[in-house]
Write a protein that binds this ligand. Structure first.
Ligand SMILES: Cc1cc2nc3c(=O)[nH]c(=O)nc-3n(C[C@H](O)[C@H](O)[C@H](O)COP(=O)(O)OP(=O)(O)OC[C@H]3O[C@@H](n4cnc5c(N)ncnc54)[C@H](O)[C@@H]3O)c2cc1C
Length: 375
């Protein structure tokens, strides 16, 4: 258990990676009395946490296993309060919006609704008239999930960053960790190109890169980059006011009229390039759902690298080689959704507290045993 040190010297944690996973970990550790330094290879939140969509739910929540549901639902239940606290401390708006999600062409609606009922998730067949949507959707086996919310993820990351700094955290941007120094089963310091940072505890939260390892620190098993391409459109505010999901494609409205359309799941290594054929396909699919998109061109097209993991299950555990190294990574498609509960689980494990969630599915060993289905 992490007790305040009577000498007044706080336990220091060095966190590798300043995406949503690293920043959320930093925030909870700062609140629990640690001193925290974050090392970020590039710009804070510049990778997957920027590139994502910010939907705060698995896309078809009933389509995943209990390990995903447990972390996602715990996060979702507390998200509004979590964001409000970050906004209060940062003075920044993360644009949390409980806009609901409409899933279309749901193949087996009865089991889906039963899953929602069993997991305390509000859901109904069809959707209320008060939800303004393009014509014709009511005939497409819709399930309406009114409790689903979103954040504008780049703004969440900016707010998290400011909150971390406000709580006394230090952020070293453009400063990749290159390796670790160890003694007697413990890491004593993290190495960077410009120096050495001593650490009582180390947290690996380096997203898709956590699958590659550092000098002296073994890679997290079965993590690999999974590229996702996204399009951004600009409509007048109010044209779309809920998330639409159909057959792998989603549309996410922002309050200012921007609409995101995504995404692809591509095995392209660390290549973040985009391509014209995907742009055309995503645009056509998006316009088929929302005809207002047919006559306008996307204002932006980008790709991000998800920290892919088998079955979407992250690894939140102690590193097997060192007593004082922990990992919080591999959240694949739902790292923004799972951020608060993942950080809580991580901090509880670091302090030897009994976690609120069963930690077993997120163990390093469980990740080793899972493996990719196609591997
Ligand atoms: C197209 C797309 C759509 C998505 N949509 C959603 C969604 O709607 N909802 C949802 O919940 N999730 C979504 N996601 C997934 C979500 O974005 C990720 O799961 C989440 O951002 C992972 O956060 P992270 O902090 O673990 O990784 P990242 O954001 O990638 O952060 C890891 C950081 O570690 C840094 N790093 C790497 N190596 C080192 C090193 N050696 N030293 C220091 N720093 C290092 C990287 O530069 C990076 O900034 C989406 C992702 C994509 C790509």
């Amino acid at each position: 258990m992490h007790e305040p040190d009577p000498s007044g010297v706080k336990t220091s944690a060095v966190i590798l990676g300043a995406g949503v996973s690293g920043l959320s970990a930093a925030l909870i550790l700062l609140k629990r009395g640690y001193t925290v330094a974050l090392l970020e290879r590039g710009a804070v939140g510049g990778e997957s946490s920027w590139a994502g969509g910010g939907i705060l739910s698995p896309l078809l929540p009933w389509a995943y296993g209990e390990a995903v549901a447990a972390l996602a639902l715990r996060s979702m239940a507390g998200y509004a309060d979590w964001v409000a606290d970050i906004e209060r401390h940062s003075g920044r708006d993360a644009e949390f919006w409980r806009c609901g999600m409409l899933a279309l062409d749901v193949a087996a609606p009865d089991p889906a609704l039963a899953w929602c009922a069993a997991h305390g998730m509000a859901a109904q067949r069809g959707y209320p008239q008060s939800v303004s949507l393009p014509a014709g959707l009511s005939a497409r086996a819709p399930i309406w999930l009114p409790g689903v919310a979103q954040v504008r993820n780049p703004r969440l990351v900016a707010a998290l960053r400011a909150a971390v700094v406000r709580h006394g955290g230090t952020i070293h941007e453009h400063c990749p960790a290159t390796g670790v120094l160890a003694q007697g089963g413990r890491v004593t310091a993290v190495l960077t190109a410009t120096g050495t940072l001593p650490a009582d505890q180390v947290v690996l939260a380096s997203g898709a890169w956590s699958g590659t390892g550092l000098a002296g620190l073994a890679a997290v098993p079965n993590i690999r980059p999974v590229r996702g391409q996204m399009l951004l459109f600009k409509l007048a505010p109010g044209v779309l006011e809920t998330i639409l999901y159909c057959d792998g494609l989603y549309l996410i409205p922002r309050r200012d009229g921007h609409v995101l359309a995504g995404s692809t799941l591509e095995d392209a290594g660390f290549d973040k390039s985009t391509d014209g054929a995907t742009r055309l396909r995503l645009h056509a699919d998006a316009a088929a759902l929302l005809p207002a998109l047919a006559t306008i061109q996307p204002v932006q097209h980008w790709a991000g690298l998800r920290p892919g993991s088998p079955d979407n299950i992250p690894v939140i555990d102690r590193h097997p080689d060192f007593d004082n190294v922990f990992v919080n990574t591999g959240h694949y498609r739902y790292g923004v959704t799972m951020a608060p509960a993942s950080a809580e689980l991580l901090a509880d494990l670091m302090e030897g507290r009994t976690p609120s969630l069963d930690p077993a599915p997120y163990r390093w060993q469980a990740a080793l045993e899972r493996g990719w289905h196609d591997a």
